[in-house]
Design a protein around this ligand. Structure first.
Ligand code: ADP
Length: 158
């Protein structure tokens, strides 16, 4: 099977990576789709985010990375995936994620969204928390892949 994992990944964290690894075990193949959102200015541009993810997943044979714009269900169809995966960290994620899952099903009922609960020790991790830590000079090496922590340091020490 092939699972689509869509997200902004600005930046990609160890929580995201954990979800990718577990999804490979469950579904076989994972297509990570990095969202190009023209209405939001990211910290890392699309090319950089893709570089981070490529480096962080280089040992995983069944992972592919693409960028996408527009509807997730269209991306799912264009890439012939079987399902969509999303992560749930806490109840606070649930309402938003459920809303998106319902919207996606109403747009195209061919695709189920499968939610994976995060690993407990990554449940506090989010891209925005990681950026806050980096902005104030904190150590992010346990939170994100090495390439990302190096890039965060460079970006925020200026
Ligand atoms: P969004 O797609 O809303 O911009 P992200 O790119 O941060 O958000 O996250 C993409 C997906 O990864 C979402 O389903 C989110 O719940 C999940 N996720 C975010 N942080 C973690 C984490 N620490 N562990 C597991 N999954 C996570």
């Amino acid at each position: 099977m092939k699972a689509l994992y869509p997200g902004s990944f600005d930046p990609f964290t160890n929580g995201h990576l954990d979800l990718v690894k577990r999804s490979c075990d469950l579904f076989g193949n994972v297509l990570i789709a990095v969202l190009k959102n023209p209405s939001k200015l990211p910290t890392f541009n699309l090319e950089r985010r893709i570089e981070h993810i490529s480096e962080a997943t280089k040992e995983l044979k069944h992972v592919q990375i693409i960028s996408f714009e527009g509807l997730t269900v269209d991306c799912a169809k264009d890439n012939s995936v079987d399902l969509i995966i999303r992560g749930l960290r806490a109840m606070s994620d649930f309402e938003y994620e459920l809303q998106i899952a319902h919207t996606n099903r109403s747009l195209n009922s061919d695709y189920e969204t499968v939610f994976l609960a995060t690993e407990t020790h990554y449940s506090f991790l989010s891209s925005s928390v990681v950026k806050e830590v980096a902005r104030f000079g904190g150590d992010t090496t346990q939170m994100v892949p090495r390439i990302v922590s190096e890039d965060l340091k460079k970006t925020f020490e200026r």
